[in-house]
Design a protein around this ligand. Sequence first.
Ligand SMILES: C[S@@+](CC[C@H](N)C(=O)[O-])C[C@H]1O[C@@H](n2cnc3c(N)ncnc32)[C@H](O)[C@@H]1O
Length: 219
Amino acid sequence: MLIDVFTLFPEHFDWFLRQRHVSNALSSGSEIRFRNYRDTTPLSAGQVDDAPYGGGAGMVMRVDVVDAALEAAYGGAREEVRKLALAPSGRLFDEELAAELAREQHFALLCGRYEGFDERVVEHLADEAISIGRYVLAGGELPAMVIADAVLRKLPGALGDADSAIEESFSAALEGAPEYPHYSRPPSYRGWEVPEVLLSGNHARVREWRLAQARRRAE
Ligand SMILES: C[S@@+](CC[C@H](N)C(=O)[O-])C[C@H]1O[C@@H](n2cnc3c(N)ncnc32)[C@H](O)[C@@H]1O
């Protein structure tokens, strides 16, 4: 898998790239490339933004700047790459979309800054706008990391134990429900007991209990 991240701040991803499951995914054949809008802007002095028509606070990421970045990255082949513009108002990112993206060979995440993108980026340059939640962050870098994290951990080789990603919250194995609760030693702590069924050694009962708990959490 190849993920292209378009951003003004590629250095923000340094920490992300050092995370174990991410570096595992990268050493198992996946790649993340960074494209800085400033490196390809057609404007002078590295300009990437401009004042909004109609007035108002803040600056807007210019459409010609984003277009130039995509042109430099893909030339005439840009239609072959799924391009996701990050925006608070976009389609909500969820496990289903993470699984969908995990099946892509190549996709691009466009990080906005300031007041966000000129709307023509979303309408004409990107394939869709994606939001990680109904709140506003300062930039698209954290959303890009959230999306890349959720997608990369689904790829073979990313997790120490591949089974972790098969039965977890919102997976088909749990009928799309949130995961059941986990417990570990000690079996009793300050009077807080681990459910008896988990100590029973009866795998069929444990399985039944876990599914019932997951279903209850989905209600
Ligand atoms: C300060 S935000 C722009 C907010 C915009 N003026 C609004 O009110 O919707 C700057 C950039 O951060 C990113 N961003 C912020 N919150 C986000 C979210 N919840 N999901 C996805 N991207 C987000 C987007 O790329 C956005 O262009």
